[in-house]
Ligand binder design. Structure first.
Ligand code: PMP
Length: 398
């Protein structure tokens, strides 16, 4: 018999599975609110003008296609550090930040996980309840036991910070704690500045290993404004990790542009950490691809392109906000009694709508509107052509 006869069918990825169902749906009018992708008002994934300009310039130089360094493009890695910590950061000046280009935020989380596992395989990784689906799977694949900490409170549609903090205070020293730096996925509920300061102190007190996931920098308030959590940890003197993703902020999903940054205690420690990261990378994919990182590096290094990019990012942010308020208004206008104003308070691309699995199912079967069964919808998939249809359908299934 086949050597693969015993291979079992793996469960479908819930969100990518939803995409497959959406693509197979033959109805003329269908809306995919499931996937975490920013679409413009025409329903298209935008090619940012700053990216286009950087790509054009790059193409003209006909760059060679040699291997990159294991840790990737140095200009890109420096750009990532500047975005995270600003231009005149003491941390980077002191050589306390090690950055490696990675295959998207996912790749950054995974090389961070592999690195941490070699350091302490008995640690437990804690993720928020709920969290991005892949967090658990990534850290389990790295070998860790994964558990969760309380986060979302359905009653207030915000963070149950009292429960979260109380829980963190009970964790074993050395536990890895995954924190969404801004625009929490899937709930859209973030910590306040004061709460971040408390989380930093809890991490210090308990000896936790903070791992910040920054997948939406610029989608809440702006590049600098969305660095509150990063800044709080940077000022603490603690060691921590950050995964960056530019999939959304540069609209470069398939180019796989991300980075892992590790903040160490000293320059000397940085060189040891980098040597281990390189080992992890070398045995996984040897070195990262060139194009996406080169484009992002070029945009970040040019004052004109950087300004252009920040403006375009601002445009995405504003459009999502207008879809949030539009949906709330349109639901109210359709006589929906339930107060949906929380949707405008949530940040980033997602909203935890409170729609039940049954209601989500109805949206799909009766209206061709696809959402995650948890009730998470992506606001960035709404546009002026489909928002009335979606509001009608939600009002009907409620
Ligand atoms: N972290 C979070 C919280 C995310 O939402 C995502 C993507 N949806 C990622 C990481 C991974 O990003 P990438 O596509 O760059 O791998």
């Amino acid at each position: 018999s086949s050597i693969f006869a015993a291979v079992e069918m793996a469960p479908r990825d819930p969100i990518l599975g939803l995409n497959e169902s959406f693509n197979a749906d033959t109805r003329d009018f269908k809306v995919n609110l499931g996937v975490g992708v920013y679409f413009n008002d025409e329903g298209k994934i935008p090619l940012l003008a700053a990216v286009k300009a950087a790509e054009k310039a790059r193409l003209e130089t006909q760059p060679p296609r040699g291997y990159q360094a294991i840790e990737g493009n140095p200009a890109y890695n420096a750009g990532v550090q500047n975005l995270l910590f600003g231009l005149d950061s003491e941390l980077t000046a002191a050589g306390r930040v090690v950055t490696a280009q990675a295959l998207g935020g996912t790749g950054a989380l995974r090389i961070g996980g592999d690195f941490l596992y070699r350091l302490n395989p008995n640690a437990t990784v804690y993720i928020s309840n709920p969290s991005w689906e892949n967090h658990r799977a990534i850290f389990e694949a790295a070998g860790f036991k994964v558990a969760d900490y309380p986060y979302y409170d359905a009653a207030t549609r915000g963070v149950d910070f009292v429960a979260m903090k109380a829980n963190l205070l009970t964790l074993q020293p050395g536990s890895v704690i995954i924190l969404h730096a801004c625009c929490h996925n899937p709930t859209g509920a973030d910590l306040s500045d004061a709460q971040w300061a408390e989380v930093v102190e809890v991490c210090r007190e308990r000896g936790l290993v903070p791992f910040l996931d920054m997948a939406y920098q610029g989608f809440a308030e702006g590049i600098a404004e969305d660095s509150v959590a990063v800044n709080a940890f940077a000022a603490s003197g603690l060691q921590f990790l950050i995964s960056s993703s530019f999939s959304k902020s540069f609209s470069l999903y398939g180019e796989r542009v991300g980075a892992l940054s590790v903040i160490t205690a000293s320059k000397e420690e940085s060189s040891r950490v980098l040597s281990q990261l390189k080992r992890v990378i070398r045995t996984n994919y040897s070195n990262p691809p060139i194009h996406g990182g080169a484009v992002v590096a070029a945009v970040l290094a040019s004052p004109e392109l950087r300004a252009m990019w920040e403006e375009e990012l601002g445009g995405m942010r504003v459009r999502i906000r207008s879809m949030r308020s539009g949906l709330v208004e349109k639901l109210a206008a359709r006589g929906v009694a339930q107060d949906f104003s929380f949707v405008t308070a949530q940040r980033g691309m997602f909203s935890y709508t409170g729609l039940t699995a049954d209601q989500v199912e109805k949206l799909q079967t009766e209206y061709g509107i696809y959402a995650v069964s948890t009730g998470r919808i992506c606001l960035a998939a709404l546009n002026n052509k489909n928002i009335d249809y979606v509001a009608d359908a939600i009002a009907k299934v409620l």
